[in-house]
Design a protein around this ligand. Structure first.
Ligand code: G4P
Length: 535
């Protein structure tokens, strides 16, 4: 049993900042992650976090397929100390086809950094991810990146954020010099000016120099005058920082910078420490809050196999929600009531793992050999608690999967079970099709590639896929299924993970026709992975 006092847990919790970066591919998420870690002095050189082409060291892109395709599917956790705080940065998959995975990661954070490319502003994937943040009431800080390159005007970008997603921008820093001619950043609350000098290569920190306002006005005119005009305008329209609005999800602090030359990155870390919320009590399935200093509880938000090719094991990523985690604790799995031993608790940094002895709310613990755990599960010690499940997305792509080798049925079944419990892809079944031919259902087609690749490489179970012509999913019930089973261009399938009955339709029009003809049957929308899946 823990000997740590409630006060110690509360103190450790207050120091934690757990967040993820949401962005459109290429906005600079990997670059920013590296730059953040560089400032925190966890690593001494940019390039050590993500193994993108040409970069060195620890990689979170550990799957062969990811490397080939240059996409990041699997998530790494980066934990580092900054000032007095402990920062947990959770990586999210870069590709929209893995939105469901991203959604799960966002279930484990207390804040998000929305990263925008100064030349592009809000892009489709950012919008989708922002919607997830909004639905989960995650406070969002905005970082406008690549200010060292030509881009759009600062005021125009703020306007876009306000008009498109309804978040009132609250600038924390303001650029002096248009995008592509960055001179430095003004701290909006104090008026202090920091000038940046680029260093060669870009992989080291840009040098920063604090310049008094009078000198800046003389040396940086006309950029300075422009910036002051813009700030005056912002003052007039009331863009002042308001913590309540940030926490309520109606406003976003905005910072400008450039991750590649490391401009404004330390300021972003400061903003995270100063503005982003520490872990707070989490509400359970019954709507009751569990205080952060209550006995241990944690939420499994990700299950990952094959992370380490030399150990074919399976790791569950658990976000600590309350209490102190101590390696060796025996926890209870809320779903089954079974005990769960935590002897093999690890922290994961890219591909490196190390044993973790203790953790506090906001931290991420990796539990090895977590065969019984699936995303959304709760583990606890002491008073029982169960957190709400993480909702699944509405699949939009469907294919029947069959073993291509009659002698490999056992491997095939094991592989399908594994992918299902990790939540790599949704597995649906029907009596009609039988267990030899389950239906794989995906939010995006790349999920099929991951699934078949893993079945073949990890389970030695080559498969064939037969695409099905469905694209719209609704939840139904037994009464609905009875009616739908008699219709064409619709099929009712059972999701293996939770037994949900899913009605899949050829298209929206087919759904509408049936809905009009049988208004009494249940056809409930699921979380949409893309804009066209919504009603
Ligand atoms: P992602 O993870 O969001 O997909 O983006 P990533 O960090 O890989 O950045 C995408 C491209 O944008 C990279 O260039 C990266 O160097 C560049 N970039 C990121 N931040 C900045 C910035 O602040 N300023 C400038 N000028 N460029 C930035 P690339 O040539 O496509 O890739 P790479 O070969 O450098 O990896």
């Amino acid at each position: 049993m823990s000997t740590t006092s409630h006060g110690a847990v509360a103190g450790e919790t207050t120091r934690r900042r757990t967040f993820a970066v949401i962005s459109h591919p290429d906005a600079g998420k990997s670059t920013l992650t590296e730059a953040l870690a560089l400032h925190a002095e966890v690593i001494d050189e940019a390039g050590a976090v993500h193994g993108k082409a040409g970069r060195r060291g620890v990689t979170s892109d550990w799957m062969e397929m990811e490397r080939k395709r240059g996409i990041s599917i699997t998530s790494a956790v980066l934990k580092f100390a900054y000032r007095d705080s402990v920062i947990n940065l959770l990586d999210t998959p870069g590709h929209g086809d893995f939105s469901e995975d991203t959604y799960r990661v966002l279930a484990a954070v207390d804040a998000a950094v929305m990263l925008l490319d100064a030349a592009k502003g809000l892009e489709p994937q950012t919008l989708k991810l922002f919607d997830v943040c909004r639905s989960r009431r995650i406070p969002v800080l905005t970082f406008v990146n690549k200010w060292d390159r030509p881009g759009r005007e600062a005021l125009e970008l703020l306007d876009e954020v306000e008009q498109t997603i309804g978040l009132r921008p609250m600038p924390v820093t303001w650029p002096v010099g248009v995008a592509g001619e960055l001179r430095g950043l003004i701290e909006c609350s104090t008026g202090e000016f920091t000038r940046f000098h680029r260093t060669a290569g870009g992989a080291t920190r840009a040098e920063a120099e604090i310049v008094p306002a009078e000198r800046a006005a003389a040396e940086e005119a006309p950029h300075w005058v422009n910036a002051q005009d813009e700030l005056a305008l912002l003052d007039e329209i009331g863009a002042k920082y308001d913590e309540t609005a940030l926490l309520a999800g109606t406003a976003t602090p905005v910072l400008f910078g450039a991750a590649l030359p490391n401009v404004g990155v330390a300021r972003l870390l400061d903003a995270l420490v100063e503005l982003a919320p520490a872990p707070a009590e989490r509400v359970d399935v019954d709507g009751l809050p569990r205080a952060v200093d209550a006995p241990f509880s944690g939420l499994v938000f990700k299950v990952q196999a094959g992370m380490d090719p030399s150990h074919r094991d399976r790791m569950a990523f658990v976000r600590v929600c309350s209490g102190r985690f101590e390696r060796g604790m025996v926890l209870t799995h809320a779903g089954s009531g079974k005990p769960f031993a935590t002897k093999y608790a690890q922290s994961v940094f890219g591909q490196q793992r190390s044993t973790i002895e203790e953790a506090f709310p906001g931290d991420i613990v990796g539990l090895v050999n977590a065969g019984a755990l699936r995303p959304g599960d709760t583990l606890y010690a002491g008073d029982p608690v169960e957190y709400p499940p993480i909702p699944s997305f509405a699949p939009e792509h469907f294919a029947v999967v069959r073993s291509a080798d009659a002698g490999k049925h056992k491997q095939f079944r094991r592989g399908i079970d594994q992918l299902d419990s990790e939540g790599v892809i949704q597995v649906l079944r029907s009596d009609l099709r039988g267990d030899q031919a389950p239906v794989l259902a995906a939010v995006g087609p790349l999920q099929f590639e991951v699934a078949t690749h893993r079945l073949e490489s990890e389970f030695r179970a080559p498969v064939t896929l037969e695409p099905l012509g469905y694209s719209v999913t609704r939840r139904t019930d037994a009464a609905g299924a009875e009616v739908l089973d008699r219709q064409s261009e619709v099929e009712v399938l059972t999701r293996r993970a939770d037994g949900a009955l899913l009605a899949v339709f050829a298209n929206k029009w087919r759904l509408e026709t049936i809905r009009r003809r049988y208004p009494e049957i249940l056809l409930e929308a699921l979380l949409a992975g893309s804009a066209d899946a919504a009603d």
